[in-house]
Write a protein that binds this ligand. Structure first.
Ligand code: FE2
Length: 279
C-alpha cells in the first residue's frame, strides 16, 4: 500500500488480511478493524485521547491476576459478556434463560437435600427450593445443581483472604427432580471499583451495583448445561444491574416461611428450572 489516506485506509488494512488462512480469524479481524476504523473516523480522537485509551487498556491488563480479571469486568459493564451469553444461549422453547457465569464460581462442597450452605456469615435465613424438569414438565432426577452467592456483606468467599469456603454447594436432585438448600438472604453488592473499570463507571456516572441474586449451574445427562441466576423481586437495582444480567423470567419473590427443622421464621424462595434436551 503506497497511498494511505482517510479514504483508502480501511480497504488497505483489510487487503493485508488476504493471507490469513484461518477463515474465522479472517472474519473476526476484518470486522474488528472495519468497526474500529469507523469509530476513529467518526470521533477523530486526538493523540492525547488515543494515548489515554492505550494507557487505560494497559492498566486493565496490569490489574489482572489469578483472582482478579479486570478485562472480563470491563466486558461485563459494557454489556458485551451478556450479549455473548445471550447469542450463545438462544431459547428454543420454554427452557430457563441463561445469564452470565460471573467471576466467582469455584469448586463447591457436595451437600445433601436440605443442607445449609451459610456457615461463616450472619443473615436472614432463607430456604431455596425448586424442581428441575424438561420442557414438557418431565422431572429430571440426579441433575447436578451447583449454587453460589455473596454474603450479607456483599462479598463472595473467594474475595476474602481467609480461604474459607462458604455460601456455595453442589447437590443432586432427588427422584422427583427436586433440590432444596438453606442459606442466608442474598444482598445486592458492588462489582470491584478499585481498578480501571471503577474509573470508567465513575466517568459514566454509573453505580457499580448488582441486584441480589443466587448463581446456579445445572448439569444433567442428555440436557444442555445451564448457567443462570435467580434474582430477588423488589431489589432496588433490578432495573440497573451494572453488568446487564437481569432477565424478567429469572426474578422470584421471597416469601415468609417457617423452617420446620427448628420452627423459626425465615424467607423462602422457589426457583423451578427447565432444561433443554441436547440434540
Ligand atoms: Fe454474583
Amino acid at each position: 500500500m503506497r497511498d494511505f489516506n482517510e479514504i483508502t485506509a480501511t480497504e488497505g488494512v483489510l487487503k493485508s488480511f488476504d493471507s490469513i488462512e484461518n477463515k474465522r480469524v479472517k472474519v473476526l479481524m476484518g470486522s474488528i478493524v472495519k468497526h474500529l476504523h469507523e469509530v476513529v473516523k467518526e470521533t477523530e480522537p486526538t493523540f492525547e485521547e488515543w494515548l489515554k485509551a492505550i494507557e487505560f487498556l494497559t492498566r486493565t491488563g496490569q490489574k489482572c491476576d489469578e483472582r482478579r480479571q479486570e478485562f472480563i469486568l470491563f466486558s461485563d459493564v459494557l454489556g458485551i459478556s451478556m450479549l455473548i451469553d445471550t447469542i450463545n444461549n438462544r431459547k428454543n422453547n420454554n427452557e430457563t434463560e441463561s445469564t452470565v457465569l460471573g467471576p466467582f464460581h469455584a469448586p463447591a462442597p457436595d451437600i445433601r437435600f436440605g443442607d445449609n450452605i451459610a456457615h461463616h456469615v450472619k443473615g436472614e435465613k432463607c430456604l431455596v427450593k425448586g424442581k428441575v424438569s424438561d420442557i414438557n414438565g418431565k422431572v429430571i432426577p440426579d441433575a447436578i445443581v451447583d449454587v453460589w452467592q455473596s454474603g450479607p456483606d456483599g462479598l463472595y468467599d473467594v474475595q476474602k483472604e481467609n480461604n474459607v469456603v462458604d455460601l456455595r454447594g453442589k447437590m443432586k436432585t432427588n427422584n422427583n427432580g427436586e433440590y432444596f438448600f438453606k442459606t442466608v438472604k442474598p444482598q445486592f453488592y458492588p462489582v470491584p471499583t478499585d481498578g480501571p473499570v471503577g474509573e470508567i463507571l465513575n466517568l459514566m456516572g454509573r453505580h457499580p451495583f448488582r441486584p441480589a441474586h443466587i448463581h446456579f449451574m445445572i448439569k444433567a445427562e442428555g440436557y444442555v448445561d445451564l448457567t443462570t441466576h435467580v434474582f430477588i423481586d423488589g431489589d432496588p437495582y433490578l432495573d440497573s444491574d451494572t453488568v446487564f444480567a437481569v432477565k424478567e423470567s429469572l426474578i422470584r419473590k421471597l416469601n415468609d416461611a417457617i423452617d420446620l427443622d427448628d420452627n423459626t421464621q425465615c424467607k423462602e424462595l422457589t426457583f423451578d428450572i427447565i432444561l433443554e434436551k441436547k440434540i
